[in-house]
Design a protein around this ligand. Structure first.
Ligand SMILES: Nc1ncnc2c1ncn2[C@@H]1O[C@H](COP(=O)(O)OP(=O)(O)O)[C@@H](O)[C@H]1O
Ligand SMILES: C[C@@](O)(CCOP(=O)(O)O)CC(=O)O
Ligand SMILES: [Mg+2]
Length: 402
């Protein structure tokens, strides 16, 4: 039995422009994570079981059926095979109608069938719990792709390396989104803070901010689809390239300057650039009145600057506080968002631990193991319970391998 874990991410500068090969800055939201429990013993034989309690979704497939369907596996091929995707859809997922269930199961089966060769396919139960809001712009899909890739590579007896995990997680992201930039899976794998350029590892580099980056994340609970928003921007780009290209170039300058400002802890510059980046995103049509509420309240209470983060259209906003924001101001800001609008706010330190692995056989304390298993078996474990019992570097002090 083992658990894999990976964080969500916050794009600080350059969402959407990242898809067009422009530099972007992102950091791990390392306390908001997905955790995948892998059980291979004392479970139903010759069955692959999936349990995603956050989505209230469970499913089972006979391993024999799966192997008949795809008797060859494509461990070498880290590109998206439309024919495998089609086979999965028609033969294994035709009974699933909920779109969230469908995309999660597609990603799960695609990675399972591609990574684990038939000789290593035996009875398996996979249970995934997460403290990340689903579909909110904090990279839950990438975090899920990373924990699945890491676990399946281990079951396939591959030597685990961050490069390999990240490559497969990108395939998982392609299953969910088509052609993403790859920034989310890269952060979920490596953790920390990065300046990222799509398909350009030479110019993707780690950032070392002088001061820890503390920010407030606000989840509007407004659902949206990354895939749709990215494709709306594509349509705009293709219809007015002479206008959209300079906006994307401007976002690239914002990201490069913003990365430097974060490293040098130049808060005034960071705040200006957050405001500019949000304005550019508004011009691309990816904001939402519910996000503007947060931005307007930040201005009204003069606590700092806010931008949308992730694909926008709902989901989450990121707020950096200015030095003059008092504790009362910040409390008023958060209380108003929580109480008047039913938004959820988190104070988060950005950066920290990327993907990690916990071998439950190494834990000798039986009570600790049963507390961990209870979290996966419960349908509604709270964020606090998960953090207390599982968070890498958290109070339970577990032997996570990074
Ligand atoms: N806790 C979870 N359990 C199972 N699947 C999840 C979970 N969280 C996210 N997902 C998958 O990720 C998808 C959301 O991804 P996406 O729209 O890109 O939003 P995000 O900004 O959170 O990455 C969901 O439809 C689901 O397939
Ligand atoms: C809009 C985009 O820049 C980020 C999307 O992030 P999320 O799925 O909303 O967490 C797309 C991408 O980088 O592939
Ligand atoms: Mg995503």
């Amino acid at each position: 039995m083992f658990v894999t874990s990976a964080p969500g991410k916050v794009i600080i500068f350059g969402e959407h422009s990242a898809v067009y090969y422009k530099p972007a800055i992102a950091a791990a939201a390392s306390s908001l994570r997905s955790y995948l429990l892998i059980e291979t013993e004392n479970i139903t034989t010759n069955v692959l079981q999936l349990s995603f309690p956050n989505l209230k979704f469970q499913h089972k497939w006979s391993i024999e059926n799966l192997s008949q369907l795809t008797d060859t596996h494509s461990l070498q091929s880290k590109t998206l095979s439309q024919s495998l995707l089609q086979t999965i859809d028609t033969a294994l997922l035709s009974d699933i109608v909920n779109p969230l269930h469908k995309s999660a199961a597609q990603c799960f089966l695609y990675l399972y069938l591609s990574i684990i060769p038939p000789m290593h396919r035996s009875s398996l139960k996979c249970t995934l719990i997460s403290t990340l809001p689903v579909g909110a712009g904090l990279g839950s899909s990438a975090s899920v792709s990373v924990v699945l890739s890491q676990a399946f590579l281990k079951l396939a007896q591959c030597t685990l390396s961050p490069t390999l995990i990240n490559e497969w997680a990108y395939v998982g992201e392609m299953v969910m989104h088509g052609k993403p930039s790859g920034i989310d899976n890269t952060i979920a794998t490596y953790g920390g803070a990065l300046q990222f350029i799509k398909d350009d590892p030479q110019n993707t580099k780690e950032l070392f901010p002088k001061k820890p980056i503390v920010a407030i994340l606000t989840y509007t609970r407004i659902p949206r689809s990354t895939k749709t928003l990215v494709s709306n921007v594509r349509v705009l780009y293709e219809s007015m390239p002479e206008i959209v290209e300079p906006i994307l170039d401007s976002m690239a300058h914002v990201a490069l300057k913003g990365g430097d400002a974060l490293q040098e802890a130049k808060l005034d510059d960071v705040l200006q650039l957050v405001r500019i980046n949000h304005g550019l995103l508004v011009s691309l049509g990816v904001s939402h009145p519910g996000l503007e509420i947060i931005r307007n309240l930040t201005t009204e209470l003069q606590v700092g600057e806010t931008k949308l983060t992730g694909a926008g259209g709902g989901g989450c906003a990121l707020t950096f506080l200015n030095n003059s924001a008092s504790e009362q101001d910040v409390a008023q800001f958060r209380d108003t968002l929580n109480q008047r609008y039913d938004y959820q706010t988190f104070e988060t330190t950005l950066g920290g631990i990327g993907c990690s692995l916990l071998d439950l056989n190494q834990i000798t304390n039986k009570e600790q193991i049963s507390a961990i298993l209870d979290l996966f078996n419960s349908q509604n474990a709270s964020m606090e319970q998960i953090d207390n019992n599982l968070l890498p570097g958290g109070p339970a002090d577990l032997p996570w391998k990074i």
